[in-house]
Design a protein around this ligand. Structure first.
Ligand code: ZN
Length: 99
């Protein structure tokens, strides 16, 4: 499944319209927390499941969204973190069903 349209809503949600016209949205704080990159994964395993991260505004502001190949999105955050590559299937699985 591929996205047709991707946008940031209210500076707070990443909204995706998929090719079958379903919609999903995910809070940016959840998107950041679920960042699949190696750096974030090793931080998560060091800190354990109970750790609740506290993000700065820079860490929750997207400056750039780019397509990576045909299957994933690369997200660059304002604090410079840009190693998170979100495969579309993964993105769907961490997003709530759209309203
Ligand atoms: Zn990351």
């Amino acid at each position: 499944m591929l996205p047709k349209k991707i946008s940031v809503k209210d500076k707070n949600y990443l909204f995706v319209l998929w090719e079958d016209d379903s919609e999903t949205s995910i809070k940016l704080s959840d998107l950041r927390r679920e960042c699949p990159c190696a750096i974030c994964n090793s931080e998560k395993s060091e800190r354990g499941n109970k750790y609740i991260p506290l993000y700065t505004l820079d860490q929750l502001t997207i400056v750039k969204i780019s397509k990576v190949g045909k299957y994933a999105l690369g997200i660059e955050w304002m604090d410079g973190h840009n190693t998170g590559i979100y495969e579309f299937g993964y993105l769907r699985s961490i997003s709530d069903k759209g309203k």
